[in-house]
Write a protein that binds this ligand. Structure first.
Ligand code: AMP
Ligand code: MG
Length: 408
């Protein structure tokens, strides 16, 4: 019998039963992007370590420039030039200025930088300042970026390129990251052939194992694609045993319904605990979740679009739980271009394209027969219509979860 849960109940079940693996390793910053940070990173030093100029110009004492103008420049003595990567050898004296390039060290005694555009070099060791500077103008102070103890990055974060930059800024070239969860993927079906072969009548190419492998690899998983398994209990059972043994989670696509030939549920149950069989959603209803040897095992529907939603919504959530990370989907607001019916009692996921500009986006549903993978490829995102909805009228406000949003 189907133990059918709602979408929300399934999310809660996954959160209750799929916990972080807790295995960590050190990663060099060259390989750290896309990995899940396993430590809180706090500042260990002052960055920058000295006051810096943000412009090409002259380091001054702001009060020496008060009241100056183009008509009445403040005349300062040029007492030195600071080269990139070097410190001033002496303190800036009253009535003096020093030339400093962008990023160069501002000498002690100076409290502002005047842009070269607002100064004139008279060539006799005197600089005319045409615009008064306020203390702090055009400067970054020691520690503006990072100070010791400042919380910079929190455990669970998927490291983005800018985070790698933050690590580099303070010389942290190794970080603790979660070990990549191993994800085993199996496709089942007598009609399936490998993607590089030509189908005979009645055969189709295996779509699911390929996009599932790509989905979990893109999320940072260590993917093992076991390919196509014929619809025989002994073969699927043996492949499942191996996949459970060799991975931290397993996805098996096809045969997840209740038909006689549908083996996934039976075979998962034989190997562990069956937690759920069926989610009140469309597409994707025949989704299974079991736990075998402590590892989540998902049975996904064969129809590619259904498998996609099921994997993306649920198997991905389990994956992030294994990583010790929480990922919230990126959503944008839009209005729907045309009315759309609902599936009473089931959450309906509909792929949409987006047109317009942020703030006034229109979502157009992609009307396609169920299961077509290209309907997902052609879409920009999807909307969820709640299971107690009677449907949406044209112009209704919707939240669109983006399919192609990068994490940075
Ligand atoms: P099943 O869930 O095994 O009953 O399959 C449902 C539908 O999805 C059938 O039309 C299958 O041919 C198709 N299907 C199953 N597995 C795959 C796959 N790996 N790639 C593409 N289509 C599939
Ligand atoms: Mg099948």
């Amino acid at each position: 019998m189907l133990n059918v849960l709602t979408v929300e109940e399934t999310m809660r079940l996954i959160d209750e039963r799929v916990k972080p693996l807790g295995r960590t390793q050190q990663a060099g910053i060259g390989e750290a992007a896309g990995r899940v940070l396993a430590e809180d990173v706090t500042g260990t030093e002052y960055v920058p370590g000295f006051d810096r100029s943000t412009v090409d110009g002259y380091a001054v004492r702001a009060k020496d420039t008060f009241g100056c103008s183009e008509a009445l420049p403040a005349l300062l003595t040029l007492s030195g030039e600071i080269l990139m990567g070097q410190q001033a050898s002496e303190k800036l004296q009253p009535g003096c200025c020093m030339a400093v390039p962008t990023g160069g060290a501002v000498p002690e005694g100076a409290d502002a930088m005047v842009m070269v555009e607002h100064a004139e070099d008279y060539g006799d060791g005197t600089i005319g300042i045409m615009k008064p500077a306020a203390p702090g103008d055009n400067m970054i102070y020691r520690g503006d970026d990072i100070t010791p103890g400042k919380v910079l990055l929190s455990a669970g974060l998927v490291l983005a390129p800018q985070d790698v930059g933050t690590l580099a800024a303070m010389g942290k070239v190794q970080v603790s990251v979660s070990v990549r969860p191993r994800v085993g993927i199996l496709s089942t079906g007598d009609e399936l052939i490998p993607a590089d072969q030509a189908p005979q009548e009645g055969q189709i190419r295996d779509v699911n194992s390929h996009f599932l492998a790509a989905m979990f690899a893109a999320a940072g998983g260590a993917v093992h694609n076991y390919g196509i398994i014929r619809d025989e209990d002994a073969l699927i059972g043996a492949a499942l045993d191996r996949a459970i043994e060799e991975n931290d989670m397993v996805l098996i696509s096809g045969g997840s319904s209740v038909g006689l030939k549908d083996a996934a549920c039976r075979l998962i149950e034989e190997r562990g605990e069956l937690l759920m069989h069926g989610i009140s959603m469309k597409p994707g209803k025949p989704t299974i979740l079991g736990i075998a040897s402590g590892k989540p095992v998902f049975g996904l529907p064969g129809h590619p679009a259904a498998a996609y939603f099921s994997a993306r919504l649920f198997a991905m959530r389990a994956f992030w739980n294994l990583c010790g990370s929480r990922q919230e989907p990126v959503k944008v607001s839009a209005v729907i271009s045309e009315s759309i019916g609902a599936n009473h009692g089931r959450t309906q996921f509909t792929a949409v394209t987006l047109t317009g500009t942020p703030g006034s986006l229109t979502a157009t549903p992609i009307r396609s027969k169920s299961g077509l993978i290209t309907s997902i490829s052609a879409a920009d995102g999807f909307i969820a219509i709640s299971r107690d909805s009677e449907g949406l009228g044209a112009g209704a406000k919707v939240e669109v979860t983006l399919f192609r949003a990068l994490p940075y």
